[in-house]
Design a protein around this ligand. Structure first.
Ligand code: ADP
Length: 483
C-alpha cells in the first residue's frame, strides 16, 4: 500500500502538465498531526508560479471548452473509477497529513469519487431554453457556456472532497482550473493532479500550486483571466477574497464558517438524538463547518440528554488515524488545541460545568478529549465562535420560540439540526430556522445529490445537487432575427 501511496504523493506543482518546483526552490514542510513528524515537503510558490498556472489553464481552456459534454463525462467517469480503485492509498495519504481516522478518510475518498460521478452525469444536462418569441420574425435561445478559468482554494479539514465538489463541476462544465490546497494538507490536493493525468485529461486542464496563501490568493483574485473563485474556508478569508475579486468582477462561490445549532425538544426520541449528536459533533474531531457548535435542549429532557451524550462521548476511541479502531484522531495542530482550551476556560469561568473530557488527551500532541459542558449560556464565547474541536456545550431552553431565537442568533447560517416527534413542529421550526441546510431527526445530511451551502455569512452558491454546476456556467441569450 505504501508504494501506491507514494505514487500519489506528489511534492511538486502541476503547471501546464509539468510537475515543477517553486522558482526559488523553496519548500514548505508537511507534518503528520498524529506524531508531529515531517512527511515531506511541497513547493513554496508565489505570484510568478500562479500566473503561469493561470496562463496554462487559459491556454487549455481554448480547446477544452470545445470538447463535447459526453467526452468530458467519459473522462470524469474514468477519474471516478481511478479514485475508487485507489481508495486505500489515497485514504492513507489523507490520514497521514490530516489526522482523521482511516475509516473516515476512506469515507471521504468515496465521497470524492461520488461527486465526480455525479458531475460526470450532471455535465450532460446543462440545458438551455427556447423562449416563446414576442416577435414573429425572431427566435430566442438561451444557452449555457463554461465561465472559463476557475480558481479553487480549499481547506485542510476535507482536503480531498472539498476539491471534488469544485473540480467535478468545473471540468464537467468545460472550465479549466487552478487549485491551491491548504498548506497543512497539500498532498490530497496534489493527488488530484496525478489522478487527472492518469484519467487522460489534457495538459493544463487542471493546475495545482502550493505555497504562500496570500501571494497565490492575490494573483488568483486580481488576474483577469480567472473568471471564477470558488473557496471553502473561514468567513474572514472568504470576505477578503470577495473584496479582492471585485476589481475584476469574478463570479464567487463561498463555503464559509458555520455555527450549527442542534435543538432537542421534549418530544424527541432521545436515543436517536444522542446518536445524531455524536456524528454531528465529533465527525473529523469536530473540525467540520457543519459540526454542531451549540446544543439547545428543552428543560424536560435536559439532564437525560446531557448524561447520555457524556456517556457516549466517554466511549469514543481517541488515537492515531492509522491505528485500528480509532474513532477520533488528533486536532490539526496545537493552535487548534489552544483555541479549544480557551473556549473551555471561558465557558467554565462563566458558570459552565465540564461533564466529561475538558483537557488534552493522555496521548499528548494535539489529541484532545471529547468534551461535554453543561450549563452553557449565551454569554459564553461558544455561543458566537466556531469551536472546530470536540467540545459540546449544552444550553437549556423552555419554549420553542426561545430555541429558535437562540439558534438564529448568529451571523452564520450553514447547517442546523433539530429533533422532534411532532410533525407540525417539524415544519414550523424548519421554516423558522435561517439556515441553508436543515437536518430533522438526522445528524448527518451531506450527500452529493443535494445542494450544500449556507445563507448569511456562511456563504454564497451551492455545491452538489443539480445546482452545483450552475456557478460554473454563464448564461447566453441569443436572438435570431430576419426569419
Ligand atoms: P482554516 O481556518 O480552515 O484554516 P482558512 O480560511 O484560513 O481556513 O484557510 C482556507 C484556505 O484559504 C487555505 O487553503 C488557506 O491556505 C487559504 N488562505 C489563507 N489565507 C489566504 C489568503 N490571504 N488568500 C488566499 N487564500 C488564503
Amino acid at each position: 500500500m505504501l508504494q501506491k501511496t507514494s505514487h500519489y504523493m506528489r511534492q511538486a506543482n502541476l503547471i501546464g502538465g509539468e510537475w515543477v518546483d517553486a522558482d526559488s526552490g523553496a519548500t514548505l514542510d508537511v507534518t503528520n498531526p498524529a506524531n508531529g513528524q515531517t512527511i515531506g515537503t511541497v513547493p513554496k510558490s508565489g505570484t510568478a508560479e500562479t500566473r503561469r498556472a493561470i496562463e496554462a489553464a487559459e491556454k487549455a481552456f481554448q480547446s477544452w471548452k470545445k470538447t463535447s459534454a459526453n467526452e468530458r463525462s467519459k473522462l470524469l467517469r474514468r477519474l471516478h473509477d481511478l479514485i475508487l480503485e485507489n481508495q486505500d492509498p489515497l485514504a492513507e495519504l489523507l490520514t497521514m497529513e490530516q489526522g482523521k481516522s482511516l475509516a473516515e478518510a476512506k469515507g471521504e475518498v468515496a465521497i470524492s469519487a461520488a461527486y465526480i460521478l455525479w458531475f460526470a452525469e450532471e455535465g450532460r444536462r446543462t440545458y438551455g431554453d427556447v423562449v416563446p418569441s414576442p416577435w414573429a420574425d425572431r427566435r430566442l435561445l438561451v444557452t449555457k457556456e463554461p465561465v472559463g478559468v476557475v480558481a479553487a482554494i480549499t481547506p485542510w479539514n476535507f482536503p480531498s472532497s472539498m476539491l471534488a465538489r469544485k473540480i467535478g463541476p468545473a471540468l464537467a462544465a468545460g472550465c479549466t482550473a487552478v487549485v491551491k490546497p491548504a498548506s497543512q494538507t497539500p498532498y490530497s490536493g496534489l493527488a488530484w493532479g496525478a489522478l487527472c493525468e492518469e484519467a487522460g485529461f489534457p495538459k493544463g486542464v487542471i493546475n495545482i500550486v502550493t505555497g504562500s496563501a496570500s501571494e497565490i490568493g492575490d494573483e488568483l483574485c486580481s488576474n483577469p483571466l480567472v473568471r471564477k473563485i470558488t473557496f471553502t474556508g473561514s468567513t474572514e478569508i472568504g470576505k477578503m477574497l470577495i473584496e479582492k475579486s471585485a476589481s475584476t468582477v469574478k463570479k464567487v462561490s463561498m463555503e464559509l464558517g458555520g455555527n450549527a445549532p442542534f435543538v432537542v425538544f421534549d418530544d424527541a426520541d432521545i436515543d436517536r438524538a444522542v446518536e445524531g449528536a455524536m456524528v454531528a459533533k465529533y465527525r473529523n474531531s469536530g473540525q467540520t463547518c457543519v459540526c454542531t457548535n451549540r446544543f439547545f435542549v428543552q428543560a424536560g429532557v435536559y439532564d437525560t440528554f446531557v448524561e447520555k451524550l457524556a456517556a457516549a462521548s466517554r466511549k469514543l476511541k481517541v488515537g492515531a488515524g492509522l491505528d485500528d479502531g480509532t474513532q477520533q484522531g488528533p486536532l490539526i495542530d496545537v493552535k487548534a488545541v489552544e483555541k479549544v482550551e480557551e473556549l473551555i476556560a471561558d465557558a467554565t469561568a462563566k458558570g459552565g460545568t465540564v461533564v466529561t473530557g475538558g483537557k488534552r488527551h493522555d496521548l499528548g500532541g494535539s489529541f484532545f478529549e471529547p468534551t461535554v459542558i453543561s450549563g452553557a449560556t449565551t454569554a459564553m464565547r461558544v455561543m458566537k465562535e466556531e469551536i472546530f474541536g470536540p467540545v459540546a456545550p449544552v444550553f437549556r431552553f423552555e419554549t420553542e420560540d426561545e430555541a429558535v431565537a437562540m439558534a438564529n442568533d448568529t451571523e452564520f447560517g450553514l447547517a442546523c439540526y433539530f429533533y422532534s416527534g411532532d410533525l407540525g413542529r417539524a415544519f414550523r421550526v424548519t421554516e423558522a430556522l435561517k439556515y441553508g441546510m436543515v437536518g430533522v431527526n438526522e445528524g448527518l445530511i451531506t450527500t452529493v445529490e443535494v445542494p450544500f451551502g449556507g445563507v448569511k455569512e456562511s456563504g454564497l452558491g451551492r455545491e452538489g445537487g443539480h445546482q452545483g454546476i450552475d456557478d460554473y456556467l454563464d448564461t447566453k441569450y441569443v436572438c435570431i432575427g430576419g426569419l
